[in-house]
Design a protein around this ligand. Structure first.
Ligand SMILES: [Zn+2]
Ligand SMILES: [Zn+2]
Length: 337
């Protein structure tokens, strides 16, 4: 109906132009604007200039909207420990929350990045360097869904986390290989581990593969060689451009067999300065270098932020600014916009 009304008015105005030859562009514009729902619509300059019936007769169809949303993955520097924020559109997901003393760092980082609520939290496993800050996070944000490894740990830290989840009535589920996590329809988030709890906390870490367009991220928690072997044996495609290196670069993880299948272009090691574990190990650094992967470390670079449009990516670090991966020269301009 709307298009027909505009067509009728446009025909009348065109007749006026032809018969009188003296209708001003202002009155022509007002006819078009009166028939439009959008009073801010710009007058059609082509119509005024050449009076073409074809161009006046129908409003132009809207251009197809091309989804150019940027996926941003923040590897937050929490010292020794993991905390990763995933953002796309207005959706927010957190993987781990660092040690207890890092809780405020995580909360402030999230607030600085516009987070007011978390759609999903994943606790990869119950070690304190992954869930220590969780209660502080739970006390500061509304959380819509909580995913846990399902491997109980008899610590006060773990117990306090479960109590907080229960008190706040947050929907809670246990991760199992083969499940997916719904965050945004444009993303695929697959759970690759645990298949079933083995009782070994690190090996039962929740492992996630996130795919956005042509790009994949692999988040490995603290998984060690046994979990890597099981994931490899499952035959699932683990190739990922961006790898969160397992267990802070411990040599008991990131076997060459696993790494070759992931084949990461960029590897991120989340580790504290002068940590007492000797992380990351020279062995793991050498394996990553051997594959030609770029290496980023939170103990050296601070927060590490990867942005992607699903085709290319940029890496921005707190201490070194925007880094230009080889395949992202053009995208860097877009990511800055
Ligand atoms: Zn651990
Ligand atoms: Zn850890």
């Amino acid at each position: 109906m709307k298009a027909k009304q505009i067509l009728a008015l446009a025909l009348i105005s065109l007749i006026l132009v032809i018969t009188s030859g003296c209708v001003s562009s202002e009155s022509f514009d007002s006819i078009i604007l009166d028939s439009s729902e959008d009073s801010q619509q710009e007058p059609n300059a082509d119509v005024i200039a050449n009076g073409s019936l074809v161009e006046v007769s129908l409003p132009e169809p809207p251009l197809p909207t091309i989804d150019q949303s940027i996926l941003t993955v923040h590897f937050i520097d929490v010292g020794q420990g993991d905390s990763i924020l995933i953002q796309i559109k207005d959706k927010n997901m957190l993987i781990d929350a660092g040690e207890q003393k890092a809780g405020n760092t995580v909360v402030n980082y999230l607030k600085d990045n516009g987070v007011t609520e978390l759609d999903v939290i994943v606790a990869t496993h119950a070690h304190a360097d992954h869930i220590g800050g969780m209660v502080t996070v739970l006390n500061n944000f509304k959380v819509k869904k909580f995913v846990d490894s399902g491997n109980p740990h008899t610590t006060k830290t773990y117990e306090n986390m479960l109590i907080a989840i229960d008190e706040k009535d947050i929907p809670f589920s246990l991760a199992e290989a083969g499940q997916t996590i719904e965050l945004d329809p444009s993303l695929a988030i697959e759970i690759l581990n645990p298949e079933k709890p083995t009782g070994k906390l690190n090996d039962d870490s929740v492992v996630l593969k996130l795919t956005y367009g042509d790009l994949s991220f692999l988040f490995t928690g603290d998984t060690e060689i046994d979990a890597e072997k099981r994931i490899l044996a499952s035959g699932i495609d683990i190739e990922s451009q961006i790898l969160k290196v397992a267990h802070h670069g411990s040599k008991s993880s990131t076997s060459i067999e696993f790494l070759e299948k992931v084949n990461p272009a960029a590897s991120i090691i989340m580790v504290g300065t002068d940590n007492r574990y000797g992380h990351p190990t020279e062995e793991v650094i050498a394996r990553l270098r051997g594959l030609g992967s770029d290496i980023y470390r939170t103990d050296i670079e601070g927060h590490i932020v990867v942005k992607t449009d699903g085709k290319e990516y940029t890496v921005e670090t707190q201490n070194k600014g925007l880094v230009f991966p080889m395949n992202a020269m053009n995208f860097s301009l877009m990511a800055e916009a």
